[in-house]
Design a binder for this molecule. Sequence first.
Ligand code: PMP
Length: 466
Amino acid sequence: MDGTFNENDISRVVEADRAHIWHHLFQHKPLETNDPRIIVEGKGMRVWDQKGKEHLDAVSGGVWTVNVGYGRESICKAVYNQLMKMNYFAQSAGSIPGSIFAEMLIDKMPGMSRVYYTNSGSEANEKAFKMVRQIAHKRYGGKKYKILYRDRDYHGGTLAAMSAGGQDERNVQYGPFAPGFVRVPHCMEYRKHELGLENLSGEDFGIAAANLIEEVILREDPDTVGALCLEPVTAGGGVIEAPEGYWPRVQEICRKYDILLHIDEVVCGVGRTGTEWFGYQHYGVEPDFVTMAKGVASGYAAIACMVTTERVFDMFKDDASDPLNYFRDISTFGGCTAGPAAAIENMRIIEDENLLQNCTDMGARLDANLRELMGKHKVIGDVRGKGLFQGAELVADRDTKEPVDEKLGQAVVADCMAQGVIIGVTNRSVPGKNNTLCFSPALIATADDIDRITEAVDGALGRVFG
Ligand code: PMP
């Protein structure tokens, strides 16, 4: 891999980008004078930009996606072979890779049994929301229609998914939202003062945070609440693992009020948190819906799934003579075969290369390295996460936990980028503010990669904060 390109072609690509591309999550003004960044090649943990510069990617394609790393020939071949044989037919019919991957997946998810294919995480979440609404109509005279979601969690960029969005800075300019979505408080121990629970810690705090959900259910009337949708470890909201005691209590509350539990594994799913295939499996949770996307095929093809139980499935096939009595929904590209073909190979790689274990081991190293940096840089107020999914929250004052200005978090990211290491930052601008540096390298990361990432952060924090 030499990273050199035909200069003329690349300048044409850059011009076309400047003229026609609307980048995601991006303020375009600076591109009037600066070049856009175009990633042209990837191998393993590394990517190269249009200038031939090499970057160590500590965020798996920017948004915790490329779990098995770049340039995987076996996945590309599996996709090619499948596409030559059969590229597409609507999912009202089945497909060979769709069936095989569903079986592999269900094998890893005791208690679950049915896979509904879609093409994005937002869409997978919306399918679960629609099922909840239909169950409300079928079983509860339309009454049990409300969907609870949590402050700081994110479930997608489509309007109903945004209606379940707990990150206000993403939402403020896009309302009004869909009715019937109700927010519950977060469970972040580091900022427990925001919940008025500063006197509790550990399991006591976890149970109390879950009890805040019950308070909302009682306020809304349990007969109107159909589902609770949660991230197992909150991603963009600041990399937040729930405290001990939280999940058992959440499960108990859901059972008590006959509320379906929807776990959004779009980020955590397929190995990201180490040891287990899915985030919820660390906590003994028994969900009714599990949605997943990013790591399912590591970005080699678009694929997302909504997975549910036989119990939910059965609700949609009783009384077959009623023409309204099935899930009247379709996702055109949920029928693409490239997705499951890539996902099968992606899962095999994770198994063959023992990547769940590597993720745990390298996650522990990353965590230890970040804690060491915390000893050195007082701007790091908290280090948290699970597996290769870690965050370091930046604060101006460790006692008050006052956040640093969000531009400073971005300056750290820019400094790392200049050093050839891509990290991320979540910026919360309203309500309150905070900045969390995010790390989610591919599950193939080596000890050297992890050390290189933390060295870059060390240098950047020194330069930005002195
Ligand atoms: N849920 C979570 C937890 C996510 O982080 C995201 C994407 N960042 C989504 C859902 C939405 O996925 P997509 O962008 O594929 O629609």
